[in-house]
Ligand binder design. Structure first.
Ligand code: 6PG
Length: 473
C-alpha cells in the first residue's frame, strides 16, 4: 500500500497534522530525522488510521503514491532548506513539497522558483490553529501553483476546520502568497492580543478590577460581537490561579512577551510596501518594550500622574467599544497589506476568501470575520474595511467611548499604544486636511525637495533662501 500523502518533521504540529490526515482516512507516510519520534507516533496513535512509518528519506519517498505529496513540518529557515536539499533529489517532476511552517514569504518565493526549474511544485502553506488546530482542523493557506492545488486542495480542505460547511482552506495564490497571508494573519494576531492586553490593563489599573472579575467581563464580551477564540482563552487565563502561590496566574508570569518573527516580518514588509500598519507595529513594539528589562528598571521611578482610578460603572462597556473599534482598524490595516502585497507580486488574492478561511480553525478566528467576508462580498474593491456600512456604523457608534478610553489611559498613565494608534489612524483617514502639507513645506525649505499644490498640477519649489518666489520644478 502506498500513502496518499507524507509528513516529515514529527514535532507536535507535524505529528498532529499526520494524525488529522490519518483520522480522515488518508493513508499517511511519516518520517522524522530521528526515528524515535516516528516510532512513538505509530505506537501511540497507530489505531487512528493508516500510518506508513519510514526510517529513511528514500523509504519515505518510495512509500508515497504519485504525484508525491510531501509535507514538511520543520522549523522555518535553515532546517527547511536542509530538508528540501535532502528530499528534492529523490523526487520526480510533478511531485509536490508542501512547507507547512511559518516561513518568510520571500524564502518561499525563492524556493518555489528553484524547485519549479526542476519540475517540482513547492507549496508554501500557512497553517494556523496551534496544536489543537492541526489535530482537529486548522485554517490552511496554501500558495503555489494552481495545478498543485488541484492535487492537494481536496486533501487539505478535508482536514481543515469547517464553518457552515465551508472549509477553512482555499488556494491563496501563486508562489509565496500563502505564507504572505499567514504572516499577515500573525501580524493581526499580535494586534488582537495587544488590544486585549490593553483592555485587561485598563480594567485592572483604571477600573480597579481583579483578574477574576476581568475574566467575567471577557466572558460576557465573548457572547457578543467580540466573540472569538482569543477573547475566550483570555478569560481562561485570567481566571486561572497559580497552584504554588494561590495568586492569580497572570500575576506570577514574568511580564516580558516573546516573539518568533512573523509579527516583525509583517511590519517590515508593510514598510517596504508603504502600507501603514500602526496597530500591528505597536503590538510588535509593545512586546519589544516589555522585554527591555534593564531599560524598564532604569525608568521605573519616573514620575507619572497622580492616579485616581475611574469608578464609572460604564467603563467596561467603553473599553468594549474601544476594543471593537481598534480591532476593526487592525484588520483594515492587515487587509490593506494583503491587498498591497497581492498587487506587488501579482497574486490576485481574494480578500473575502481570506476572511472566510479565517472564520474557523485559526488563532484569530472570530464571529467578526464573517462581517469582513460580507464586506468584501458587498464590495470586493472597497479601499478600506472602515468605509464598509457595517464597520463605519460600528466605529461611528463607538468613537465617543473610544476617545474617552484613550483619554482615560493617558490621564491615568496606563499605556495603551494599540488603542491610541488605531484612533489616530482613524482620525488621520477621515481628516479633511493633514499637517503633511507643513511637512512638505519643511522638506522644500531645507532640501528643495519640492511640493505639489492643491490648485495646479506640477511640482514646485519656493526660493526660501532668496526672495521666496515660487518656481516650477
Ligand atoms: C498560529 C500561530 C502560530 C505562531 C504563534 C506564536 O497561527 O497557529 O500564529 O503560527 O507560531 O502564534 O507566535 P509568536 O511566538 O511570534 O508569538
Amino acid at each position: 500500500q502506498k500513502a496518499r500523502i507524507g509528513v516529515t518533521g514529527l514535532a507536535v504540529m507535524g505529528r498532529n497534522l499526520a494524525r488529522n490526515l490519518a483520522r480522515h482516512g488518508h493513508p499517511v507516510a511519516v518520517h522524522n530525522r530521528t526515528s524515535a519520534r516516528t516510532k512513538a507516533l505509530v505506537e501511540e496513535f497507530g489505531g487512528e488510521g493508516t500510518f506508513l512509518p519510514a526510517e529513511t528519506p528514500e523509504r519515505f519517498v518510495e512509500s508515497l503514491e504519485r504525484p508525491r505529496r510531501l509535507v514538511v513540518m520543520v522549523k522555518a529557515g535553515g532546517p527547511t532548506d536542509a530538508v528540501i536539499d535532502e528530499f528534492a533529489p529523490l523526487l520526480e517532476p510533478g511531485d509536490m513539497i508542501v512547507d507547512g511552517g511559518n516561513a518568510n514569504f520571500a524564502d518561499t518565493r525563492r524556493r518555489e522558483a528553484d524547485l519549479r526549474e526542476r519540475g517540482i511544485h513547492f507549496v508554501g502553506t500557512g497553517i494556523s490553529g496551534g496544536e489543537e488546530g492541526a489535530l482537529h482542523g486548522p485554517s490552511i493557506m496554501p500558495g503555489g501553483s494552481a495545478e498543485s492545488y488541484e492535487a492537494l486542495g481536496p486533501l487539505l480542505e478535508d482536514i481543515s476546520a469547517k464553518v457552515d460547511g465551508t472549509p477553512c482552506c482555499v488556494h491563496v495564490g501563486p508562489d509565496g502568497a500563502g505564507h504572505f497571508v499567514k504572516m499577515v494573519h500573525n501580524g493581526i494576531e499580535y494586534a488582537d492580543m495587544q488590544l486585549i492586553a490593553e483592555s485587561y490593563d485598563l480594567l485592572r489599573h483604571a477600573a480597579g478590577l481583579a483578574p477574576a472579575e476581568i475574566a467575567e467581563v471577557f466572558r460576557t464580551w465573548n457572547t457578543g460581537r467580540l466573540e472569538s477564540y482569543l477573547i475566550e482563552i483570555t478569560a481562561e487565563v485570567l481566571a486561572h490561579t497559580d497552584a504554588s502561590t494561590g495568586r492569580p496566574f497572570v500575576d506570577v508570569v514574568l511580564d516580558q512577551a516573546e516573539q518568533k518573527g512573523t509579527g516583525r516580518w509583517t511590519v517590515q514588509t508593510a514598510l517596504d510596501l508603504g502600507v501603514p500598519v500602526g496597530g500591528i507595529a505597536e503590538a510588535v513594539f509593545a512586546r519589544s518594550v516589555s522585554g527591555h528589562a534593564a531599560l524598564r528598571e532604569a525608568a521605573r521611578g519616573l514620575p507619572g500622574p497622580s492616579r485616581t482610578a475611574v469608578a464609572d460603572s460604564g467603563f467596561a462597556d467603553a473599553v468594549e467599544k474601544a476594543l471593537y473599534a481598534s480591532k476593526i482598524v487592525a484588520y483594515a490595516q492587515g487587509f490593506h497589506e494583503i491587498q498591497a502585497g497581492s498587487a506587488e507580486y501579482g497574486w490576485n488574492i481574494d480578500l473575502g476568501a481570506m476572511a472566510t478561511i479565517w472564520r474557523g480553525g485559526c488563532i484569530i478566528r472570530a464571529r467578526f470575520l464573517d462581517r469582513i467576508r460580507a464586506a468584501y462580498e458587498a464590495d470586493p474593491e472597497t479601499p478600506t474595511l472602515l468605509t464598509d456600512d457595517h464597520f463605519a456604523e460600528a466605529v461611528g457608534d463607538a468613537q465617543d467611548a473610544w476617545r474617552e478610553v484613550v483619554a482615560t489611559a493617558a490621564r491615568l498613565g496606563v499605556p495603551a499604544p494599540g488603542f491610541s494608534t488605531a484612533l489616530a489612524y482613524y482620525d488621520s483617514l477621515r481628516a479633511d486636511r493633514l499637517p503633511a502639507a507643513l511637512t512638505q513645506g519643511q522638506r522644500d525649505f531645507f532640501g528643495a525637495h519640492t511640493y505639489r499644490r492643491t490648485d495646479r498640477d506640477g511640482s514646485f519649489h519656493t526660493l526660501w533662501g532668496g526672495d521666496r518666489t515660487e518656481v516650477g520644478a
